[in-house]
Design a protein around this ligand. Structure first.
Ligand SMILES: [Fe+2]
Length: 475
């Protein structure tokens, strides 16, 4: 009989309960003087509604967390995002909007009507992006939710995306200050649409591609010249979404025989450069992309199949099930090289070590990089929940790790040391769930060798989060 250790990650899948007013954290170690600014994190904070519970980790209601760092000290606050979806739960004790894998009970008539007016959730629990001076919480819905980065107060909605869904991972275009994103429009004629959102709120379509069976899309690749959509063969007949009675993601089907299509557009002209093909796979996250002459090179975290989505149902996470290595391969860094003129596509895994929630030095966004930071569950772990931080070298495949028994870290974010151009000269920030002590802490690591510099204890356990962003303090 497999006896699991006491300090499992399951506590991180419980509802956090309530907001936390700003408080000063006890710091152990030494937070470097130059580490000054605000770490904002997003993720699910409430899983129950009425007497029921949402089905999937991606369906918890959004909670924002704020770590403010200055002068070696750290403060913490958190606040639930005040969305229409959250208000309905508070006021009516039920879900009113369709979430990723949980649907409100609706009649056939209401489902049919939703073909024309989809009740897509505004529960923006996935990521945080800046557009000009504004901060947005995002999910795959076409509306981002603006919030105040100081108070975490919900302010309203951002400019609408031109589609039924859009990714929570837009790219910043440094040349224009805009966000570039990819929408999926579902209907009698479905399409992928690349579009920009400017700081003034204007939305402009750049390019599009009609598609009969759209693929599930979580992120995409961009370089100074190109946008590339990696269409993994996890596809949907769009009419099934409103009419099947199944939640959104359960309408998608795995069709590995189709392979993976890579649709490449020229960002300047909006014209399609080509559609290229490679082996079937599945990824949530692109890591980065760059141009090498006439070749487009991109990297993503390949799960091989979409089985990872099934592993993230809340009942499995709360039960502490282990599926990586037994039922599915671990996620690994894959590099795909597209020779644009002649259509040849190369594909290779770049490291043995598993990785997810990949981050790079953001100064290298749209260009070449070597260090990839992320988290992973070790091959000997009893759980799917990542139990260590990993730094991969995408040239040598070497891996460094940080881990501590009973601790489950979240996405690490890299901050460069002021005045340094070295790729890994800086620190990593990660919010870690310490299951043994049923609390969480902010961890500060030296990015070069992943040695611990400091940790700051939060006053309560913070549920496992998804993505976040760091805004440096003004000099
Ligand atoms: Fe993501």
């Amino acid at each position: 009989m497999n006896v699991k250790p006491i300090a499992g990650p399951q506590h991180g899948y419980a509802s956090s309960g309530s907001d936390v007013a700003e408080c000063v954290l006890a710091v152990e170690g030494f937070v470097l003087e130059w580490v000054r600014g605000t770490l904002l994190r997003n993720g699910p904070g409430v899983f129950e509604y009425g007497d029921d519970v949402v089905r999937h980790w991606f369906d918890g209601q959004a909670q924002l967390h704020r770590f403010a760092i200055a002068g070696g000290g750290v403060t913490y606050a958190s606040r639930l995002l005040q969305t229409r979806a959250m208000r309905a739960i508070h006021e009516e004790g039920r879900l009113s909007f369709s979430e990723f894998a949980t649907d409100p009970c609706r009649s056939i008539f209401k489902r049919a009507m939703s073909v024309f007016a989809p009740q897509v959730t505004d529960n923006a629990l996935v990521s945080i992006e800046r557009l000009g001076q504004r901060h947005y919480a995002m999910t795959e819905a076409p509306m981002a939710v603006e919030f105040d980065p100081e108070t975490l107060e919900t302010l309203g909605y951002g400019p609408p995306a031109p589609g039924t869904m859009a990714t929570a991972h837009p790219h910043h275009d440094p040349a224009s200050g805009s966000l570039v994103n990819l929408a999926s429009s579902y209907g009698p004629v479905s399409a992928y649409r690349v579009f920009t959102q400017s700081p003034d709120g204007s939305v402009r379509r750049l390019c599009s591609q009609r598609v009969t069976r759209p693929g599930y899309v979580h992120s995409f690749a961009m370089t100074p010249r190109y946008v590339a959509h990696t269409e993994f063969p996890f596809v949907v007949n769009p009419i099934d979404i409103p009419l099947s009675g199944r939640p959104f993601i359960e309408n998608f089907r795995w069709r590995p025989e189709q392979g993976t299509r890579i649709i490449v557009w020229d960002r300047q002209t909006g014209r399609r450069v080509g559609i290229y093909e490679t082996d079937a796979g599945f990824a949530f996250h692109h890591v980065g992309a760059w141009e090498d002459g006439d070749r487009l090179v991109m990297e993503y975290v390949d799960h091989s199949t979409p089985a990872v989505i099934d592993a993230l149902y809340l009942d499995k996470l709360r039960a502490g099930e282990r599926t990586v290595h037994s039922d599915r391969p671990p996620p690994r860094l894959r590099r795909v090289t597209v020779d644009l003129p002649n259509g040849r596509v190369g594909s290779e895994l770049r490291a043995e070590h598993a990785i997810e929630m990949p981050r790079i030095d953001d100064r290298r966004h749209l260009g070449r990089y070597r260090a990839v930071y992320g988290i992973a569950a070790g091959p000997d772990s009893d759980y799917d929940t990542p139990d260590h931080i990993v730094k991969l070298d995408n040239e040598t495949g070497d891996a460094r790790t940080w881990e501590q028994a009973g601790c489950y870290p979240g996405e690490p974010i890299f901050l460069p040391a002021p005045g340094s151009c070295e790729e890994d000269d800086g620190v990593l920030l990660s919010v870690v769930l310490d299951a043994g002590h049923e609390r969480s802490f902010l961890l500060v690591l030296d990015a070069a060798d992943l040695t611990e510099l400091a940790r700051a204890d939060a006053p309560a356990l913070i549920p496992h989060g998804i993505h976040g962003t760091f805004t440096p303090a003004a000099p």
